[in-house]
Design a protein around this ligand. Structure first.
Ligand SMILES: Nc1ncnc2c1ncn2[C@@H]1O[C@H](COP(=O)(O)OP(=O)(O)O)[C@@H](O)[C@H]1O
Ligand SMILES: [Mg+2]
Length: 250
């Protein structure tokens, strides 16, 4: 890890229209190059709101974000080329094939022609989708769609990758393929910020995690450090339940 944060968040607050409670409440955070950082929390905690602001989808109500030393709002064009985003909701066109979808995303990043095609097929192979490349997305399983969604965020080989619940509701094989690949690109230098509510997954994957609830960070650290700070709990899941409460969230 180097000393200069690749992501710096200062006192981020977000109010949505018609909601008196802030979705984010003065969150400050630094993420360093080479980290796999997990943003963990129950439904409604503010994870998607955080990711959306960090990738420039909309501005915060208050606060500042710096990515790779650049203030996000005034450098969106530059920042778009160094970040990749894998949204929680699928961003694919169901009536197009995987190849057509990925060509579309590649074009958005200025990738074209044979180079783009070669790159797409490299990724399709990694994610076991080569044979299905010319089938419509609507015929894909949930896990297959997730894998294509992930490729769409990776095509331009971003330095920083944001993933919002990339492993929710998919088969165990797809999950393993995705997690193994994230570890691999992290080893060669990609910084990863991802949200999840699977504690065990985060415990194994992340260099650090922040547990968020009601728009605030309530605990942050290396998963092993957090366990050391709470010796009464056997795993991150128990810490999480202790900190966020056991009541169900929508
Ligand atoms: N577009 C929106 N308009 C109004 N409220 C929203 C909107 N998106 C999210 N919220 C509210 O903001 C809070 C945080 O939501 P979100 O960031 O989606 O949480 P998470 O991803 O952790 O489940 C929730 O209370 C949610 O209801
Ligand atoms: Mg969410």
């Amino acid at each position: 890890m180097s000393d200069r944060p690749i992501i710096e968040i200062r006192e981020l607050t977000k109010f949505y229209k018609g909601n008196d409670e802030p979705a984010l409440n003065t969150i400050s955070l630094e993420i360093f190059p080479g980290e796999i950082f997990g943003l963990l929390g129950p439904n409604g905690a503010g994870k998607t709101t955080t990711i959306s602001i960090l990738c420039g989808l909309f501005p915060p109500t208050r606060g500042e974000v710096y990515i790779d030393g650049m203030e996000i709002r005034s450098n969106l064009d530059k920042i778009k080329h160094i970040i990749g985003v894998v949204p929680q909701d699928l961003a694919l066109y169901p009536t197009l094939t995987a190849l057509e979808n990925l060509t579309f995303f590649g074009n958005m990043y200025g990738l074209r022609g044979q180079d783009l095609r070669t790159r797409i097929f490299e990724y399709l192979k990694v994610f076991g989708l080569e044979k299905a490349s010319r089938k419509r997305i609507s015929s894909y399983s949930g896990g297959m769609k997730r894998r294509v969604n992930l490729i769409a965020g990776l095509l331009h080989r971003p330095k920083v990758l944001f993933l919002d619940e990339p492993t929710v509701g998919i088969d165990v094989q797809s999950r393993m393929v995705i997690l193994d690949y994230l570890k691999e690109i992290n080893k060669i230098g990609t910084t990863i910020i991802y949200t999840s509510h699977y504690m065990e997954e985060a415990e194994n994957l992340c260099s650090r995690v922040a547990i968020v609830d009601h728009g605030r960070i309530i605990s942050i650290g290396n998963p092993r450090e957090l366990l050391k700070d709470h010796p009464e709990f056997k795993n991150l899941e128990n810490i999480f339940l202790h900190l966020t409460g056991k009541e169900m969230r929508d």
